[in-house]
Design a protein around this ligand. Sequence first.
Ligand code: SAH
Length: 453
Amino acid sequence: MINKNDEIELSIESMGNEGEGIGHTGDGMTVFVSGAIPGDRIIAHIIKFKKTYAYAIVSKIISPSEHRVEPLCPVSGKCGGCTLQHMAYDEQLKQKEGKVRDCIERIGGIKNPPMEPIVGAERLKNYRNKAQFPVGTDREGKPVSGFYRRHSHDVVNMPDCCIQASVNKPIVEAVLTFMEERKVPVYNEETGKGLIRHIFTRVGFATKEVMACIVINGEDLKEASDLAVILKDIVEAEGLTFVSLCLNINKKNTNVILGDKVKCIWGRPYIEDKIGDVTYRISPLSFYQVNPEQTVKLYNLALEYAGLTGNEVVWDLYCGIGTISLFLARHAKEVYGVEIVPEAIEDAKENANLNGIDNAKFQAGAAEDLAPSLPCPDVIVVDPPRKGCDEKLLETILKNAPGRIVYVSCDPATLARDLKILIAGGYELKHVRPVDQFIHSGHIETVCQLERT
Ligand code: SAH
């Protein structure tokens, strides 16, 4: 029997969904240990327990895994962001590939899935193009920004995040100085009072365009246009172009970072970026893959698996700003993109124009609702959020019986669940290839190709 605050000796056998280590006690209880990696022998400190499993942190490492390395970042371990910085990158890839295989075998019930080697990254630092820094106060009440301490909502001052673009540090520092000088209040989650909640940024890696968006619990930020002038100088000093300062209005008392309303204060309400030879316009509310160097590999794989000859009708469901749709459109007869966020669909339409692509059509709405009325497809691409495809949508896909399905997934467990349904409905799994988009985190993207049998 385990209790809170117990210290138990444990061997870490595998890696969990968030990059945590997993071990078992003598009586078969599963223990999830943040900060531990497979191969570690540790003393685990139990912080929470249930009937058959418990959560723990590392109290002491008795003998380290051979894959342990010095983390890149001085606050690794404290920050709730990167969970794998202390694992050698080769081993991160091996673990993530193993996780995908395991889900497909165990949840999908597919023996020996046709796995291809994981696509690893060259750039292990400063790879992210989107940052969301929470704003809080220190003991003296001064505004600070950085990250949430692991398992909490305490903001630790650390604007220098090593997986983010380096321009974020001076941007965050300038916003904090602006707040201090002009006495702009920090939002307080507990009381629901105060103004500034998050500092959100986007950087176009190909275009060097930068956007800052201040998330506020209110309608306005006084003297925001002064802030734009300050940020413009800072961004230009880094050799980049400042194109946008926006406010995002979020007056709800929730953990969701962005609200539904965006006001542009300076410049234009979007940045542009390029993946391969396609240019994209990206608004603050639109989804855009966070690791551009890996995204081009991901989309090329989706294109390869789609096997297009130029004559196909293609559905791109959960299309975001039309990124995959436009990547495929030049190789297909027609592409139909569906996405639930209306602003993203506006971006998608604009993106088609921007690139002179006239065979991609976009509709805003839920994929499960709109798919039944789309023209009969030869190829279907889906790229759903972590919860996977809606059951109703999987039925519509099977009813339409396309020759090929390309499934792009950011959660191997829901991917495996959906593959099982598609296979039972008459498809064969031909290729599975993980692509590492989220270096130093436990998350993994996977692309699969299915063919009708
Ligand atoms: N393919 C895109 C976006 C993938 S992320 C890209 O690579 O950039 C998943 C997208 O699904 C998000 O844009 C999200 O807003 C959208 N989404 C979530 N639920 C949806 C639903 N039920 N129907 C359609 N789109 C949905």
